[in-house]
Design a protein around this ligand. Structure first.
Ligand code: UDP
Ligand code: MG
Length: 333
């Protein structure tokens, strides 16, 4: 009898501590039925070593496979697994934002569901957090199982971003990172629609540091990032954190203005000092007109990219809609 009461009390304590965890692990899930169980097992094994209460928050980003059902059954088996199902596929950045909105931990870790980022690294991150760092990001050292195309484009992208933005986004980091509650609250207060979380986290500031880790290949399944999604992501990143493309129009304009001024001088000189022959044929004129026309259209396109995003911001639609929740109380936002 007494033992029963003790067990009940213990269980209550466990449930109680689970409702205010120290650590939240957020994983966005888009058709990851093959990896979810393994993800849970690995995260549980690692997080139990901390001796603190933790939660694994799985955000189903419009999966069409059995991912949602799996999240539900994981939640039934272990209340520390909580889940949200979004109303459709909103994309990685929004899924993670939904996770941040619902995470309750004092420190929040973002991790890919596919186990490319080893959960064991979280322990190193926690150590740095306890030393007083508000953000501990994972720096990709070796990378397995990624095509050379992905590696080359990713590396070019990070370097371009570093050049043209004014926030200092560390090279070769992904979204695998630990964030202190202060940082999470700051990010939750940013209402922007085109979300480039890495940039937003850098923008927040505080003390940030990195831990180098070995990025493995996917545990199972295939990458969910199509080329189209990657281009969209790159454009979001650049337009959210840089005016450089807009300024490019002025630079190109000044360059051609200078060139034209020189050309005018040359034409006048040639006229004054004798040359009668027509200076340009029709083909030359056509090429110049077409060239400048294209430059202008490209500049208009760049302005369009920004304008479209301003339009999205102004509409101020909700970032995401929730379909179902597991283990998340209504009061929590
Ligand atoms: N993901 C998502 N929504 C999407 C695409 C991906 O939530 O629209 C999740 C996916 O389930 C995984 C993480 O984002 O947990 C990273 O995706 P993936 O491994 O396919 O990208 P990669 O590692 O190839 O860049
Ligand atoms: Mg992956």
């Amino acid at each position: 009898m007494i033992a029963n009461i003790q067990i009940a009390a213990l269980e209550q304590q466990k449930a109680g501590s689970a409702s205010s965890p120290v650590f939240s692990i957020i994983a966005p899930v888009h058709n990851e039925e093959d990896v979810l169980r393994e993800l849970y097992r690995r995260v549980r094994d690692v997080m139990d070593q901390t001796g603190e209460a933790w939660e694994l928050l799985l955000i189903d980003d419009g999966s069409t496979d059995s991912s949602a059902a799996l999240i539900a059954s994981l939640n039934t088996a272990d209340v520390r697994v909580r889940g949200i199902s979004l109303s459709r596929n909103y994309g990685f950045q929004v899924a993670v934002s939904a996770g941040l909105d619902h995470a309750q931990g004092d420190a929040v870790v973002l991790i890919d569901a596919d186990l490319q980022d080893p959960p064991e690294v979280i322990l190193d991150m926690i150590e740095r957090w306890q030393e007083g760092y508000e953000v501990v990001y994972g720096v990709r050292g070796e990378r397995d199982g990624e095509t050379w195309f992905k590696k080359v484009t990713a590396s070019a992208f990070y370097r371009l971003i570093q050049r043209i933005t004014n926030v200092d986004i560390p090279l070769d980091t992904g979204d695998f990172r630990l964030m202190d509650r202060r940082v999470v609250d700051a990010i939750k207060a940013m209402p922007e629609r085109s979300r480039f979380l890495r940039g937003m986290v850098s923008w927040v500031g505080y003390r940030q540091t990195g831990v180098v880790y070995h990025r493995h290949s996917r545990y199972a399944g295939r990458t969910k990032f199509t080329l189209k999604k990657m281009v969209r992501f790159a454009l979001d990143a650049i337009t959210s954190f840089s005016y450089f493309p807009l300024q490019l129009a002025s630079y190109v304009g000044f360059f051609f203005a200078g060139l034209s001024a020189l050309a005018i001088l040359v034409v006048i000189a040639l006229r004054l000092f004798g040359a009668d022959a027509p200076l340009m044929g029709q083909a030359t004129t056509l090429v110049v007109v077409l060239f400048l026309g294209s430059v202008q259209l490209i500049c208009l396109g760049i302005i369009g990219e920004y304008l479209g995003r301003i339009y999205d911001e102004v509409k101020a639609r909700p970032l995401y809609l929730i379909d179902r929740k597991w283990g998340i109380e209504e009061a929590v936002k």
